[in-house]
Design a binder for this molecule. Structure first.
Ligand SMILES: [Zn+2]
Length: 364
């Protein structure tokens, strides 16, 4: 994979490559953008370009070969979920004393360190930043530049303060990337020491074209749906589990239509019964609630006369008939009830009962 494979945001990507070409790449950079916009993919591409042993050019700008030892090993970090899971599993296997002292880091190349948020709190912790501080001042061993990639902007306070020290005077050979869905989450003092570049969401037709190549098994209708559900994020579009989504949405529709039409309840009870306790049931319920929320947003779009914002484009007719039966107040109430269901889930209220109560409370 080289830069030609990166989807969208051509101007921003070219700007970054120009900085590399002129050897004026900032030491600390915030890459902002929504989940799935390609922040991590781009950071790893830049890390490879900085360190490729057989540097390439494309469109007159620096590129990487993807085959040399440095490219290959840095590229192994691409599947972040898998590497993260391995690191967590390795820590779980340790003795308790070691476990406490071990922080999750992903390092497939000695000079490129990826710092994900540390579970269970899923925040970047001070010990992780200390690892960065310990390494940052040593010259790279096998690469030209040391690269640090923080994959999330959620830092514990102490960790953020420690990071500030690194950003005060990073050595010449070090590059630090902070990937942020919401840069506002970072301390202003951190932001002021970084250059911020933002990856924008992609227009739906662009994602559809991409999906036509990457997910040929989906038909046009499915591609349109996924492009809208992804909110303009290529990564989300590529990895969306359409089958799971369709199952969740079918139940979500039943839940809403039972409420709106005060229909016969037996179908509803039959369905909510399948939402069981335990981890698997939780994931299934989370997907259902997300689907309900998405449908409510679509209904809101229809009621406010903005049908172009509807994301579940394949069931527009059904949504229109539901929208005709509800008003703003109902949707507001439903959204609030949904919040109650979610907090009930956290308190382990029985899932089927909680879902039934949701539908019954909203009956017209
Ligand atoms: Zn290379």
């Amino acid at each position: 994979m080289a830069f030609s494979e990166f989807q969208g945001n051509v101007d921003t990507v070219n700007r970054l490559r120009e900085m590399l070409a002129r050897d004026r790449f900032p030491h600390a950079m915030i890459l902002a953008g929504p989940l799935g916009a390609g922040k991590y993919t781009l950071a790893l591409m830049l890390a490879r370009t900085m360190n490729c042993l057989d540097p390439k050019e494309s469109d007159g700008l620096p590129d990487y070969c993807g085959r040399c030892e440095n490219c290959r090993r840095i590229g192994q970090a691409e599947d972040l979920d898998a590497r993260f899971a391995e690191a967590v599993e390795a820590r779980e296997g340790m003795r308790d004393t070691d476990k406490r002292e071990t922080r999750i880091l992903v390092q497939t190349h000695p000079d490129v360190m990826v710092v994900p948020p540390d579970p269970p709190q899923m925040l970047v912790k001070v010990d992780q930043v200390r690892q960065v501080i310990q390494t940052v001042r040593y010259k790279p061993q096998e690469a030209r530049r040391r690269v640090f990639i923080f994959t999330d902007s959620a830092f514990m306070k102490e960790a953020a303060n420690a990071l500030l020290k690194v950003l005060e005077e990073p050595p010449d050979f070090a590059n630090i990337f902070l990937l942020a869905r919401n840069p506002g989450e970072l301390l202003p003092t951190i932001r002021s020491r970084c250059i911020t570049l933002t990856l924008s969401p992609l227009p739906a037709p662009e994602i559809e074209r991409y999906l036509a190549k990457s997910r040929p098994e989906w038909n046009e209708r499915q591609r349109q749906l996924v492009a809208r559900l992804s909110g303009g994020a290529v990564g989300r579009a590529r990895t969306l589990n359409l089958e799971e989504y369709m199952t969740a949405r079918k139940d979500a529709l039943l839940l809403l239509s039972t409420a709106v039409r005060s229909a016969e309840h037996s179908d509803l009870f039959h369905t909510t019964e399948t939402y069981r306790a335990g981890g698997e049931g939780k994931e299934k319920t989370d997907r259902l609630l997300a689907a309900v929320y998405g449908l409510l947003k679509d209904l809101m779009a229809l009621i406010s006369g903005a049908p172009e914002l509807v994301r579940n484009t394949d069931i527009t007719a059904e949504l229109k008939s539901l929208a005709a039966a509800v008003d703003f107040n109902w949707i507001a109430q439903a959204t609030q009830q949904l919040g109650h269901v979610q907090s009930g889930m956290r308190r382990n209220v029985l899932r089927p009962l909680s879902l039934d109560a949701f539908a019954l409370a909203l009956e017209r």
